[in-house]
Design a protein around this ligand. Structure first.
Ligand SMILES: Cc1ncc(COP(=O)(O)O)c(C=O)c1O
Length: 387
């Protein structure tokens, strides 16, 4: 039997279940992995992949290479700043006038993401009316277009030097906006699993070469136009080891590496340690080999493949049923493992993505070996729901 299963169940013996928990030793290992692959770059933490103030603080305090946050909503950014967090880069554009007016009252420490003329017009208009200046970062598109295939994601339209120039031209009409950063997220490297496809591995190689040149070209163009860039942000967990080698890059964003969800098991060139789990108690046993747990149906976002279901992880030998999957309030599991299981025992699951599961739980139990070290709140536990 896996020693981890005994360790987890011992630690959780007096906790309520279903419950979310972190293996602190694994989290520490993943933090070390990020540090040892960061090279000379600063690491910005993607809050969407953490969703707990205490865990954000824990990672930030663990090493001085961790500086700043990448947030996913302006409401969230304003809240985190009110709690004392600094150096906040919005990872995505905002169109919420109420939140922008709040920011206009004190625009410090928060940088807004833009990639369209409409973004510039909205922000310039609000900044002018409220007599303030907003700091902005431009999102450049680093995906690779092949005949019949876009290798990358659809985000920004700024894909060519001409598009960069057009954007800079419009920026000249926005005296209340200060361009301080460039971000390019190479999703096709950072977020695409590659361990079962030689084709994807080859496409990644091809795309890496191309995107590095493009990033450098775009950054130089922007600098030549007189913009003093404090931030050149790139990457994510899956591209860390490549993005940190680009001289033009000042920082890399990392989120998923810390909790190491199932989707991040499938990269050829690195291995992380699973750190976040949820437990669910066996409450029924409809047949000799089927065990039904309470809860479990926490499906990850994105294209709805089977891999987006949670994975029954421990004890070994559990699988979801094809026709029921992970259910809204209960999940039947087929069991062929060696350990004798009974009603009342816990099943340990892993989520497909990093922190989406935090939206289902108010708290995270932090365990080290077979002991509880602390219990911290998720964003949801703080009464916050941003997206
Ligand atoms: C802009 C941006 N940067 C970085 C990341 C990387 O996050 P992670 O390390 O969780 O893959 C993401 C995730 O989607 C992102 O949207």
């Amino acid at each position: 039997m896996s020693p981890l299963y005994s360790q987890f169940t011992e630690a959780l013996s007096s906790s309520s279940s279903p419950g979310l928990f972190i293996d602190q030793e694994a989290l520490d290992k993943n933090i070390k992995w990020v540090v040892s692959n960061a090279g000379s770059k600063k690491i910005r933490i993607a809050t969407k992949s953490i969703r707990s103030v205490e865990i954000l603080k824990y990672i930030l305090q663990s090493n001085s290479i961790f500086q700043g946050l990448m947030t996913y909503s302006l409401e969230e950014a304003l809240w985190l700043r009110s709690l004392g967090f600094k150096d906040i880069l919005m990872g995505y554009p905002t169109w919420d006038r109420n939140q922008l007016i709040d920011l206009a009252k004190n625009p410090s420490d928060i940088i807004l993401m833009v990639d369209r003329i409409e973004h510039l017009e909205l922000l310039e208009d609000l900044a002018q009316r409220h007599q303030c200046h907003f700091s902005i970062c431009v999102d450049i598109d680093l995906s690779m277009d092949l005949p019949g295939l876009r290798f990358g994601v659809y985000r920004s339209k700024i894909h060519t030097p001409t598009a960069v120039k057009k954007f800079l031209h419009h920026l000249r009409n926005s005296p209340h906006l200060k361009l301080v950063g460039v971000m390019g997220y190479e999703a096709q490297i950072a977020g695409v699993m590659d361990d079962s496809s030689k084709l994807i591995q080859a496409l990644k190689k091809l795309s890496l070469n191309q995107l590095q040149k493009r990033r450098e070209q775009f950054v130089k163009l922007i600098q030549k136009a007189g913009h003093n860039l404090a931030i050149v942000n790139g990457g994510g967990t899956g591209s860390l080891r490549h993005t940190t080698k680009e001289s033009v890059v000042t920082e890399v964003t990392v989120g998923s590496a810390f909790y190491a969800p199932v989707l991040f098991d499938h990269y050829v060139d690195f291995k992380l340690t699973p750190a976040m789990f949820f437990s669910a108690p066996i409450v029924r046993k409809p047949t000799e080999s089927i065990y039904t747990v309470l809860g479990g149906g926490y499906i990850a976002s994105g294209s709805t493949d089977l891999i987006k279901q949670p994975t029954p992880y421990l004890p070994e030998g559990l699988t979801l049923l094809k026709h029921e999957g992970a259910g809204e309030v209960q999940t039947p599991l087929k069991y062929i493992g060696k350990k004798k299981l009974s009603v009342g025992d816990l099943v340990i699951f892993r989520h497909a993505k990093a922190a989406e599961v935090c939206e289902r739980f108010n708290q995270i139990t932090l365990i080290r070996k077979n002991q509880i070290e602390n219990v911290v709140k998720t964003y949801r536990g703080e009464g916050k729901c941003f997206l």
